[in-house]
Design a protein around this ligand. Structure first.
Ligand SMILES: [Zn+2]
Length: 277
């Protein structure tokens, strides 16, 4: 066996190990707490888009605590010191201790930097080849990030509604293609057939260099440009990555009750580049 094969074998073992630990941790630490938060789900749709909405009244308290507690970047010293954190090739992986979706964990570089790199994306794409039912999400500064000065990736065991939508091909060759999604806001799917295509898609995402939300899967990424606005219609709801992908987390009962399709669509339009009618 060559050194490279050994290395890949090691990485695969480690990711499988990480996922096993996440599952175990989830059951022992969070499943009861989450149950006690009395969350509720609903689905609202128009003729072809289906938004999913999670109401989590316990989450609001956590937001408040997070904002009042934070004095320094938690990704620099605090989280990497925790014994549950696992080091990958480049990124660190650890449980999200304030999970908003089930089985959630995070990936982040040890360097304090605000932009993603090609190596980050390579490692995360490798991760999704093993963690097949996960969506990896990223908010850039101005795109809903809570800690924008240190890039980090949220990994959730959910499929986002946007991933089920069809698209219209706007560019491509044998290696990759880009589609504009048939969605309520402007969103691109970048899909590759081989390593050349993957490189091209990564370059396109990294060169854009303006606020975006990004979703990473093993053979595709989604990119949604943001306007760096916060929604007027919902001061209690921060619109981050999951939301622009069609999966909403709502902490206020009043807003949850108002969440019909048009209400949510308007929220998305306020924070993204929406399509002209
Ligand atoms: Zn940092």
């Amino acid at each position: 066996m060559t050194l490279i094969a050994l290395h890949i074998y090691w990485v695969k073992m480690d990711v499988a190990n990480l996922l096993k630990r996440i599952e175990k941790n989830w059951e022992s630490r969070f499943s009861k707490e989450i149950k006690d938060r009395n969350r509720e789900w609903k689905t609202v749709s128009d003729s072809h888009i289906e938004f999913r909405v999670l109401f989590d009244p316990g989450r609001e308290k956590i937001y408040r605590n997070l904002n009042s507690e934070r004095k320094e970047c938690p990704f620099d010293k605090i989280i990497p010191m925790k014994k549950d954190t696992i080091k990958g090739d480049l990124l660190f992986y650890g449980q999200n201790i304030y999970p908003y979706f089930d089985h959630q964990f995070m990936a982040f570089p040890i360097q304090h930097r605000c932009l993603p790199t090609k190596d980050d994306l390579n490692e995360l794409i490798e991760l999704t080849k093993i963690a097949k039912n996960y969506t990896i999400m990223m908010n850039m500064e101005g795109a809903g990030a809570n800690i924008p000065e240190h890039i980090h990736y949220q990994c959730i065991r959910e499929t986002l509604p946007i991933d089920k939508l069809s698209g219209k091909k706007i560019k491509g060759n044998n290696h990759f293609y880009i589609e504009e999604i048939n969605y309520t806001i402007y969103a691109l799917r970048l899909k590759w057939n081989n390593k050349n295509g993957q490189n091209k898609c990564q370059e396109l995402v990294l060169n854009y260099n303006k606020p975006i939300n990004l979703y990473i899967y093993n053979d595709r990424m989604y990119m949604i440009p943001r306007t760096a606005n916060y929604p007027q219609s919902s001061p209690n709801t921060k619109i981050g990555c999951a939301e622009v992908g069609g999966l909403f987390l709502i902490t206020s009962r009043e807003i949850y009750d108002k969440c019909n399709f048009n209400y949510l669509e308007n929220m998305l339009k306020e924070v993204t580049i929406c399509k002209p009618k």
